[in-house]
Design a protein around this ligand. Structure first.
Ligand code: AKB
Length: 317
């Protein structure tokens, strides 16, 4: 049986840095190649500096290690993308197409491409948004992900390239920081509470958005990638439902444990982005096709978040 060699592109990002550790447990430390545009001097394992806009560099790494799976996680997210629309489009699309293109006729037999709830816009039902709703994304990030979903399906149909994808909600985790997203507040708020700082929220108190705890997000990603090929019926991207939360609900959950924690709401341009996104999503396809089921809710997630961040900042053991 041939061994899997896994390449993660964007390994220093919010999701990548956590996913790498899980993949190392499954495939072995030498069989997981972490890559990023920024070096990580403290990385434990195999690390390659990689600019994914350069197709030759990706091809060189695939050949060097005989890579069989790629997780392509590098992208500019929703909020940052609005500050540099054309650059975001160019980067997100170029990196993705490079990954798809180098994977055909190579040792690669499976690719993971993350999409996002950002693919939705005002034409989809905001509550329980269905998998196949009409997509009219309002951000360049959302447009690049919606296009990416169609490209993924195209490469599957035309080249039988086994690309799998999840539309991530906001991911909340203690291990890493998000950067440049509209859902970032949901991580930042926990850090502020544990650092005994008050929090200034850039979304309104009642702005509901779909969210998922990091543990569930990582497990979903690996479960999808381990599902037999014939079970994967959605070749664009799977909706992944878990929690539907607003800033006020997260604040109240934290306040139960940190009674002096205060929040102030100062919505900025990210409010408009959030208002275009679903409040909750229908993930029955993921549940039916590969058995997706979230394990964490606001209460259980908050317990873990606060405990782990206390260990990080205040060294309570
Ligand atoms: C963002 O806020 O841009 C991301 C996402 C939901 O894709 N976290």
């Amino acid at each position: 049986m041939s061994e899997d060699i896994v390449l993660v592109i964007g390994a220093r990002g919010q999701l990548g840095s956590v996913l790498i550790k899980e993949l190392q447990k499954i495939y072995g430390i030498t069989n997981v190649i972490a890559s990023d545009i920024y070096l990580d001097h403290n990385f434990e394992g195999v690390f390659e500096l990689l600019d994914a806009t350069d197709i030759t560099s990706i091809r060189t790494i695939i050949k060097k290690y005989s890579v069989t799976q790629i997780y392509h996680l590098a992208a500019i997210l929703s909020a940052k993308g609005e500050q540099h629309p054309l650059k975001t489009w160019e980067l997100n699309i170029k990196m993705m197409l490079n990954v798809f293109e180098v994977s055909i006729n190579s040792t690669v037999n499976k690719v993971f491409f993350p999409s996002s709830i950002a693919v939705y816009g005002t034409k989809a039902p905001l509550q329980n948004s269905p998998q196949s709703a009409f997509l009219n994304p309002a951000t360049v990030y959302g447009i690049s992900k919606a296009a990416g979903e169609n490209w993924a399906q195209y490469y599957f149909n035309k080249y039988d390239l086994d690309i799998r994808s999840i539309r991530y909600p906001g991911v909340i985790g203690y291990q890493s920081m998000p950067g440049g997203g509209t859902t970032d507040y949901a991580v930042d708020i926990y850090h502020s509470a544990v650092k005994r700082e008050n929090y200034k929220c850039f979304l309104k108190a009642d702005t509901k958005l779909p969210m998922v705890f990091m543990e569930d997000a990582i497990r979903a990603t690996i479960e999808l990638m381990q599902t037999p090929k014939e079970n994967i019926k959605t070749r664009t991207s799977y909706n992944l439902g878990s929690m539907s939360l607003n800033p006020s609900e997260i604040y109240e959950a934290i306040k139960k444990q940190y009674p002096s924690f205060e929040i102030e709401y100062q919505p900025d341009f990210r409010q408009v982005i959030a208002d275009n996104w679903p409040k909750s999503i229908d993930d029955k396809e993921a549940r039916n096709d590969w058995g997706w089921e979230p394990k964490f809710n606001l209460k259980s997630m908050t317990i873990v978040m606060l405990e782990k961040l206390e260990e990080k900042y205040n060294k309570i053991n």
